[in-house]
Design a protein around this ligand. Sequence first.
Ligand code: AMP
Length: 292
Amino acid sequence: MRVIETVSQAVSACANLPRPLGLVPTMGFLHPGHISLVNRARKENASVVVTIFVNPTQFGPSEDLSAYPSDMARDLAILESKNVDLVFAPPASELYPPAMDTWVEVGAVSRRLEGVHRPGHFRGVATVVAKLFNITSPTHSYFGQKDGQQAAVVKAMVRDLNMPVHIVVSPTVRESDGLACSSRNSRLNPAERRASPVVYRTLRAAEKLWLAGETRADVLKQRMRTILNAEPLVQKIDYVSIAVGETMKELDIATSGAMLSTAVHIGNVRLIDNLILNGVCQGQRSPRSRGH
Ligand code: AMP
């Protein structure tokens, strides 16, 4: 496994790797969610490239970039054991030299939900993902359903800018109590960690109500708020949403395929999660036809 830190070396090393080439962009501190993407990329491609880069431009001024966890030695050992061909782990100065002054701004899909609460976040994400695509020239790139809006933003960018890469979105990997795996979970204290499954429990409760026949989005969202508010360690709800998965446009009536999502603050940690109504992404039961 080659570990490369400069753009120029990454460009030539990736150009020489056999195709299809699967890229897995990450910010490191790897957990089973990341590893599921790497495993899938390994199965589906002749070459696998993983990037580890904590992208400063997707963090807002009030978000603590320096508190983002990291363990490069551990990450590299995991990736080596997964037969990854190449890891690109540049310092920030490689991707953002002083002259860097071009940005990718995706439209409406990036301004809703996360875009409201994290202004500029998706501009940073889209820009760095576009740069990573140009550097590594993947045929396929792997993203997690966990960050459902991010996947939608990346898909819109690829579609609108005619980027020759196939975006693969993989199911959310969860802890046994339902909490979606996330590098940020390591910052929850024990009481917060015990409270955190409320996020997925909330999504599942709304889904259950929907499966029982309730399709009014305001009723489903009210149920979600009630459950979240009942947990004392939930300090703030940024949003609860029922939206079209491709555009993040809010729905009045929850239809099959809609994305239920929420962002909440537990302690100092902001948690996001989502599920697709009747979705194949959950992998927990077979889809039921609801006739919507
Ligand atoms: P991050 O390091 O948080 O930027 O995540 C890198 C990639 O892993 C993104 O495509 C995420 O959506 C994906 N990912 C993060 N957590 C999970 C999870 N629990 N299950 C599946 N994919 C995930």
